[in-house]
Ligand binder design. Structure first.
Ligand SMILES: *Cc1c(COP(=O)(O)O)cnc(C)c1O
Length: 383
């Protein structure tokens, strides 16, 4: 048995990443919006078919810009799942608006599209959906509902690059889409993110928000003869050095995704027999193309999950659980409210366990993980 702990996540770095980072350093252009950033923008637009894409320093930044672009203010409400990362909610709270949580579907763990309508009030301004594990929310019904009520749709597609819904790239379906390049995601620059924008006027404003509220980007395109403070804003753009690292990853997107999918598929095949113990595996609707962002199992209880985590830890396998539902957290109780019972959110968050998944995971190591999970359930069944 290998004595190195099996890491849950590991970024894949090749000669290409080293070469581009070196090239960036040699160019002496280290601030934002250099040559590599422009290449990243072109790749994102081409790949997602989004008319506008901006590289930002995190998905959190993209979510904050989205909240600004939705003109959220005190008294407004935004519908979202509670089963998500804090950034989805913080972006709304920072504008003085209130997140309103609705329950998730038990199969995909995405926001339940059939529970959104009942949560809409005259104060509702937007729906922030989260494509959990790179599996799409039911965007057709969500967009139709948003249109009927004149609401903006923001996609938290932090986990969704290279995944699709009915052939469309996640993040490029709603009004605004937010992608993450954090080290724990599929394609990474350590920290990083992107904002995808459908509407050209919003895109122009996004550019200004990202450049400290100035029209600096228009100045560089020769559209204005000096740049000045024209709107609110902050510094949301990353160094071109990170864009260089990211560009190498984007050029390897197919390769990295194929490797991840291979690992995902093997887990899915080899763990099917756990269903006889009541363990559930991920569900991918037939119209969704996922990106193997995550492989999880859903155990029967919190107790069982705690024991399984301990069992795997003893075998040096890192297997973490995931979100603590936001409505149960101290800040969630202060800043937000739940609409109705969040039964699935509460029950599934307690039972979900993620298994190591990255492009560099060796077959022998994955076999060991699969064997360990089987051993746990066999021993439990015997005792
Ligand atoms: C990772 C993640 C974020 C935050 O991404 P950063 O790039 O680290 O800011 C937001 N939402 C979801 C659903 C995520 O998984």
């Amino acid at each position: 048995m290998s004595s190195n702990p099996l890491r849950f996540n590991l970024p894949s770095i090749t000669e290409r990443e080293w070469a581009y980072v070196r090239q960036s350093l040699e160019s002496r252009h280290l601030s934002g919006d250099g040559g590599f950033t422009h290449k990243v923008h072109a790749w994102l637009k081409d790949h997602t078919q989004s008319p506008h894409a901006l590289l930002v320093h995190s998905c959190t930044a993209a979510l904050e810009m989205s909240a600004l672009l939705c003109d959220l203010k005190s008294g407004d409400e935004v519908i979202m799942p509670s089963f998500t990362f804090v950034s989805t909610a913080n972006a709304v709270v920072l504008r003085g608006a209130q997140p309103v949580f609705v329950d998730i579907r038990p199969d995909t763990l995405n926001i339940d599209e059939n529970k959104i309508a009942a949560a809409i009030t005259p104060k509702t301004k937007a729906i922030f959906v989260v494509h959990y594990a790179g599996v799409a929310c039911e965007m057709d019904s969500i967009l139709a509902l948003a249109q009927r009520h004149n609401l903006k749709v923001v996609e938290d597609a932090a986990q969704g690059l290279m995944a699709k819904y009915k052939g469309k790239a996640l993040g490029a379906i709603g009004d605004l889409g937010c992608i993450s390049f954090h080290e724990t995601k599929n394609l990474v620059s350590g920290e990083g993110g992107s904002l995808l924008i459908r509407n050209p006027e919003l895109a122009l404003r996004a550019e200004i928000l990202r450049e400290k509220g100035t029209n600096r980007s228009q100045f560089f395109r020769g559209q204005v003869d000096k740049y000045t403070w024209v709107d609110v804003g902050s510094s949301y753009l990353p160094s071109d050095l990170l864009a260089a690292l990211l560009m190498a990853q984007l050029e390897r997107a197919e390769e990295i995704t194929a490797k991840r999918l291979k690992v995902w598929d093997l887990y899915h095949r080899e763990l099917i027999s756990l269903e006889r113990y009541g363990v559930r595996r991920p569900f991918i609707p037939s119209h969704c193309e996922h990106n193997a962002h995550m492989y999880y199992v859903i155990t029967n209880s919190l107790d069982e999950r705690t024991q399984l985590i301990q069992f795997l830890k003893e075998q040096k396998i890192q297997a973490p659980f995931h979100y603590v539902p936001l409505h149960t957290s101290p800040a969630g109780r202060r800043f937000s409210r739940a609409h109705g019972q969040l039964t699935h959110t509460e029950q599934l968050a307690d039972r979900l366990l993620r298994l190591p998944l990255h492009a560099e995971l060796e077959a022998a190591d994955q076999s060991r993980i699969i064997q360990a999970v089987h051993d746990f359930y066999q021993q439990a069944a015997q005792s």
